[in-house]
Design a protein around this ligand. Structure first.
Ligand code: PXL
Length: 242
């Protein structure tokens, strides 16, 4: 069978748990060949773990995408957008211009988009997205912007003991409620989840099946998460086996 391929356009998380590193590890663990276009290098200050961002020039980002689109992959299929605007522990949009560009230029191109509740509130133009009704309302609004399937993740930013994910396809809502995994480290969990959806789609799964497999993948990764240092701990991308 032909090797399934996926490209990630993402930042590098030097600490290895999130960003492009999470995407590539997840692709590999799921049997998908990964390719990359690097947008920013994130280095963590060793003294306080502040995230320091070193953007890559737009021309270089373009060249990388061209390498893949014009040199290897031609027609791209299955665009999954994880609209990263915040990192865990941060509650305001980190780069407002980039968030505006995601909303204006990328949302309508997404076959699947995976915002957390803060990102969903921004994209939907709502003050807050916390209750199930608000999550559903935000999903409908984001779908109206032109996204295919909207998956809103409400785990790390709600104070209940449950992680609630809502999938909306423009017609029906599927609400997935699970007990939060106790005492886990979740740095990179969002990146890993969207990379696992991407890998599933690259293997030819339907969106619903890719989501179910991605949920399994992130659950195993979270259950095996580990401490990196006094500031952070990451999910383990190596433990899931089909
Ligand atoms: O988890 C969000 C995220 C995405 N991408 C990069 C990151 C982070 C968080 O640290 O560094 C590159």
């Amino acid at each position: 069978m032909a090797l399934n391929k996926a490209m990630t356009i993402a930042g590098s998380d030097t600490s290895g748990g999130a960003g492009m590193e999470a995407d590539l590890k997840t692709f590999t663990a799921m049997g998908v060949y990964g390719m990359t276009a690097l947008t920013v290098i994130v280095a963590q200050n060793p003294l306080n773990w502040d995230h320091e961002m070193y953007p890559i020039g737009l021309d270089v980002v373009e060249k990388q995408i061209k390498t893949i689109v014009e040199g290897i992959k031609y027609g791209l299929k299955n665009v999954v957008i994880d609209p990263v605007m915040v990192c865990k522990g941060i509650d305001s949009i980190m780069v407002p211009d980039a968030a505006a560009a995601i909303k204006e230029l990328l949302v309508s191109r997404a076959d699947v988009i995976t915002p957390n509740t803060l990102e969903a509130a921004y994209l939907a133009g709502m003050d807050k997205v916390e209750t199930l009704d608000e999550i559903k309302e935000a999903a409908a609004r984001i779908q109206q912007l032109g996204a295919g399937y909207v998956v809103i993740k409400s785990g790390s930013r709600n104070s209940s003991g449950e992680a609630v994910d809502v999938l909306y396809d423009g017609k029906d809502y599927v609400v997935n409620t699970e007990k939060k995994i106790p005492n886990c480290f979740n740095h990179g969990a969002g990146c890993t989840f969207s990379a696992a959806i991407t890998a599933g789609l690259a293997k030819g799964l339907s969106v619903k099946d890719a989501l179910a497999e991605a949920k399994e993948f992130i659950t195993v990764a979270l259950k095996n998460s580990f401490r990196l240092n006094q500031f952070s701990g990451a999910t383990d991308h190596c433990k899931w086996h089909k």
